[in-house]
Design a protein around this ligand. Structure first.
Ligand SMILES: C[S@@+](CC[C@H](N)C(=O)[O-])C[C@H]1O[C@@H](n2cnc3c(N)ncnc32)[C@H](O)[C@@H]1O
Length: 175
């Protein structure tokens, strides 16, 4: 995640007064750090990743940045197995940065997890400029393109693609 996109995440987490954030794709904790900086001082980041080794690196990064362990909960597992166990409408913000092919299924889960007025954010909305190029039809590009079309067609949602880094698609769910 680029510093520009990360700053946008910090800003959006602060704008929705995020106390509870769910993240798909912990990675090495870069996006997690940007989210934690914008969240309420007692807010908790719940982050899911398939790879325990990635989460070990993220934990190191959170410790090094001075965030106490009660500020984050790292769950190792496949997002589509873990997300159904998270509480309905219990999250102020959901960040999605896992397997691009599964973005549509993550969106279904995120719509259940998010509280009214909350925000769902997808990283890689531009997907290396492939989404805007109709000749690109690989599964990742197609999944992101279909997601953006679905969001735009739904009049109950407000959305914007923020062209920072590899693009963020931010979706606000009715308040
Ligand atoms: C681009 S990286 C995330 C980077 C992270 N958000 C950051 O800024 O540091 C994508 C992550 O998604 C994880 N991932 C891929 N497929 C997944 C799945 N089905 N369920 C959960 N995590 C998955 C990968 O292991 C990887 O760590």
């Amino acid at each position: 995640m680029s510093p520009g996109a990360g700053s946008a995440l910090t800003f959006l987490a602060a704008a929705v007064h995020a106390k509870a954030v769910a993240e798909i794709g912990t990675g090495a904790g870069v996006s997690g750090l940007y989210l934690l900086r914008g969240m309420a001082a007692d807010g908790v980041l719940t982050s899911v990743d398939l790879e325990a080794e990635h989460q070990r690196l993220a934990r190191e990064a959170f410790v090094a940045a001075g965030f106490p362990p009660q500020r984050y909960r790292l769950i190792t597992g496949s997002a589509l197995d873990v997300l159904p166990r998270l509480i309905d409408h219990g999250y102020d913000l959901v960040l999605i940065d896992g397997d691009k092919v599964e973005y549509g299924e993550y969106f279904d889960e995120a719509l259940r997890l998010i509280r009214p007025g909350g925000m769902i954010i997808f990283d890689n909305a531009l997907w290396h400029d492939r989404v805007a190029d109709p000749s690109q039809r690989d599964p990742q590009t197609t999944a992101i393109r279909e997601l953006i079309s679905r969001v735009r067609a739904d009049e109950t949602l407000r959305s914007v693609v923020i062209p920072l880094g590899d693009g963020l698609l931010a979706v606000q769910v009715g308040s």
